[in-house]
Design a protein around this ligand. Structure first.
Ligand SMILES: Cc1ncc(C[n+]2csc(CCOP(=O)(O)OP(=O)(O)O)c2C)c(N)n1
Ligand code: SF4
Length: 281
């Protein structure tokens, strides 16, 4: 098994002094995702000064606030647009964008599909708690049918996106789904995603006991983590199951990893060609 950095290493190296305590409720899954992200970064031994963490608005958006990297807290849904500008301005940077499911798939949906289509070298981490946490529990495009939310008091009417299928169809070249429950797998997936050249998407099923769980018969983090264990199946195993056998289980693990031209590299070639044309007169 690949090595996993200790908490003391992470605290000393990556957590901004004086930034704690976090705003997150007790039992929230966002801190687990942040810890897995830091362990992935430590495993890859990246230069800390060449990493940018960019977020939108929401409970998940607060990750930027606690970390010792160059970072931005963009507007709701626009983190990928800002990250795209940063990556184009300096393609040497590793740009990582943690987002909420509302942030990414509702107001930010267009930025998400177009970043995937362009295959620009960014890592999008979607912390999917299936609800708008920060604003009080409204449904998001990833809230499953029949679940309760403040805006769906009798059960949600709509079907959710399968965000990994959406990313795949839009052209993302690395796509995976993890959970806050299987932390070691999450560290592996995040390491792969960050190392991948191209647009990488990691959806992470993470618990929000306060806005989602307590409305949906899972008022504690423990119950929500048990749900994650029971309702997920590894991609390799899922490939052997019929749709009936798969039922309502979510597929986790890596689903796509392909090579394709990356936007900033292709753009550099265009600039080079334009320079050559000018030199030729
Ligand atoms: C342009 C804009 N629209 C709406 C809001 C209000 N708002 C803030 S956070 C949020 C949703 C947060 O949900 P999600 O993105 O799923 O993240 P979570 O809080 O669950 O981590 C909304 C609608 C805003 N800040 N800006
Ligand atoms: S409201 Fe939900 S997502 Fe937000 S900090 Fe609390 S538990 Fe986490």
């Amino acid at each position: 098994m690949a090595s996993v950095a200790s908490t003391s290493v992470l605290l000393e190296k990556y957590i901004r002094q004086g930034s704690w305590p976090t705003i997150w409720c007790s039992g929230c899954g966002i801190g687990t995702v942040m810890g897995a992200l830091l362990r992935a970064i430590e495993r890859l031994q990246l230069n800390q000064d060449e990493i940018v963490i960019g977020t939108g608005i929401g409970c998940s958006g607060f990750i930027y606030n606690y970390l010792n990297f160059d970072a931005f807290h963009g507007t709701h849904g626009r983190a990928l647009a800002i990250a795209t500008g940063i990556k184009i301005a300096n393609p040497n940077l590793t740009v990582i964008v943690p987002m909420g499911d509302g942030d990414c798939a509702a107001i930010g949906g267009n930025h998400f599909i177009h970043a995937a289509r362009r295959n620009i070298d960014l890592t999008a981490i979607i912390i999917n708690n299936e609800i708008y946490g920060m604003t009080g529990g409204q449904y998001s495009p990833l809230t499953p049918r029949a679940r309760l939310a403040t805006t769906a008091p009798k059960g949600h009417l709509e079907r959710p996106f399968d965000l990994c299928e959406l990313a795949k169809a839009a052209g993302a070249t690395y796509v995976a789904r993890g959970t806050a429950y299987y932390v070691h797998q999450l560290i592996d997936l995040l390491s792969e995603a960050i190392a991948h050249k191209g647009f990488s998407v990691v959806e992470v099923i993470a618990q929000c006991p306060v806005q989602f769980g307590r409305r949906n018969e899972m008022p504690t983090a423990i119950e929500m983590l048990r749900w994650q264990r029971k309702h997920t199946v590894q991609a390799q195993r899922a490939a052997q199951l019929s749709l009936e056998e798969l039922g309502d289980k979510r597929v986790i693990g890596r689903m796509v990893k392909i090579d394709a031209p990356e936007w900033t590299e292709e753009y550099a070639k265009v600039i080079e060609a334009a320079r050559d044309d000018r030199a030729d007169g």
